[in-house]
Design a protein around this ligand. Structure first.
Ligand SMILES: Cc1cc2nc3c(=O)[nH]c(=O)nc-3n(C[C@H](O)[C@H](O)[C@H](O)COP(=O)(O)OP(=O)(O)OC[C@H]3O[C@@H](n4cnc5c(N)ncnc54)[C@H](O)[C@@H]3O)c2cc1C
Length: 383
């Protein structure tokens, strides 16, 4: 058992930390207020190899593996959670195309995606009536002589209005067939018949766009299908298993940023003649937060290492996501509490962290869904 990152993993982590502190930090609070999309930042992240950390070098990725990816995402989220979620989804889409498209199609899309040329990738699974219950989706895929025609509405799509390529799930079966008829399709951003019908106004993650997309007879060729026709549900679940490592990493990063700010503040702020960290009640809160953060960090890296070693990782990923996101929320709340009234205003970064971290308990499978996944795996004898 090894706990130390390799030289290569440390290099990727340092690259992300340097970029986050040098480029993201100065404008993160302003992006939270204005809602500006970090296009230039994403392009630069592409040039640094951070949009395809676990994508092979032949396709333009960094080829550095899942642990390096997790460490990089943590560093970005520590400073700006909005940028981190766009990076997380783009990495997930790049991996999906790499592993599930034909070699020609992978060559056509992946290098442009991971270099930042396409700005971002998007993952189009959820619908207005189908979130946790993805099998209830209604977007239809109808076979044509040259490919498929897609019609329906996708909801909550991260970077959906900016992405150069979107993976869209649709069903070619009867609605009653549930996930039996689902397939995944590559849809270019700006495709004919694709439009943005709504941009969500969110509690947090203001620098990440969340779009409702309408597909009105979008035509795609046969080779736009990822994996096999009709096997899209399993593909979505597999992608989400990996995506959960990304969201656990995002939660760990946000919590680390908030805890660092709280320790700094508690060391400087004086009440009753001493630094507040010396009041046992405050010290205890910070001690709990630091302990939870360490556990979340280790669980997340364990899930990442298990995936990297090509072992079954669904259980580790669900546990890491559940634990990391639930505790990151508590850590950010403690960080805010330690700041007193100053925690509740924008002068300090902890109120943004608390708003940003909340959604990690919801997307890529809510905490309730993670518990279902974990319990099902227990039933199958997996600890
Ligand atoms: C900011 C943001 C970004 C997102 N980005 C994307 C994206 O890029 N791509 C994408 O496809 N989706 C995205 N999503 C969608 C997200 O994955 C869903 O919101 C999530 O899966 C929950 O689905 P829902 O909102 O429909 O809630 P519902 O499924 O309606 O759930 C409502 C509540 O019921 C609970 N619940 C539901 N079923 C069960 C059950 N069987 N047992 C116990 N409890 C249950 C849930 O846990 C939740 O508390 C995003 C969401 C947000 C908010």
């Amino acid at each position: 058992m090894q706990f130390a990152p390799t030289e290569e993993q440390l290099l990727v982590q340092r690259t992300a930390r340097d970029f986050a502190e040098r480029v993201l930090a100065p404008k993160a609070a302003a992006r939270d207020v204005s809602g500006a999309f970090p296009e230039a930042e994403l392009r630069e992240l592409g040039r640094l190899g951070l949009l395809g950390v676990n994508v092979p070098e032949e396709l333009g990725g960094a080829g550095a593996g899942v642990v390096a990816y997790s460490l990089a995402l943590q560093e970005l989220a520590r400073i700006d959670a909005s940028v981190a979620v766009s990076v997380s989804v783009t990495n997930m889409v790049a991996e999906l195309i790499t592993t599930q498209a034909s070699p020609e199609i992978a060559k056509k899309w992946v290098p442009r995606l991971v270099s930042g040329d396409l700005i971002a990738g998007a993952f189009g699974l959820s619908e207005p009536e189908a979130g946790s219950d993805a099998g209830a989706m209604r977007t239809q895929a109808v076979k044509t002589s040259t490919g498929w025609r897609l019609t329906g509405t996708k909801q909550w799509i991260t970077s959906g209005d900016r992405a150069g390529v979107i993976v869209v799930w649709a069903t070619s079966g009867e609605p009653s067939a549930k996930h039996a008829g689902m397939s995944a399709f590559l849809v270019p951003g700006g495709a004919k018949g694709l439009s943005v019908s709504r941009l969500e106004e969110k509690m947090g993650l203001h620098g990440s766009s969340t779009a409702q997309l309408v597909l009105d007879g979008v035509e795609v060729p046969d080779d736009a299908v990822l994996g096999a026709v009709g096997k899209g549900f399993a593909l979505a679940m597999m992608a989400l298993d990996g995506g959960r490592i990304g969201i656990a990493s995002q939660a760990v990063g946000i919590a680390r940023g908030a805890l660092e700010a709280a320790v700094r503040y508690a060391t400087e702020r004086q009440t009753f003649g001493q630094a507040i960290i010396k009041h046992q009640a405050v010290g205890n809160m910070l001690a709990d937060a630091a302990t939870w953060l360490e556990a979340a960090y280790l669980m997340t890296l364990r899930a990442a290492a298990t995936k990297e070693n090509k072992q079954p990782f669904s259980q580790h990923a669900a546990m890491a996501k559940l634990f990391a996101t639930e505790h990151a929320w508590k850590i950010c709340d403690i960080a805010l509490q330690v700041h007193g009234g100053y925690g509740y205003v924008r002068d300090f970064p902890v109120e943004r962290a608390l708003r940003d971290v909340r959604v990690t308990r919801i997307y890529e499978g809510t905490s309730e869904i993670q518990r279902i996944v974990i319990a099902r795996n227990l039933l199958r004898g997996q600890s």
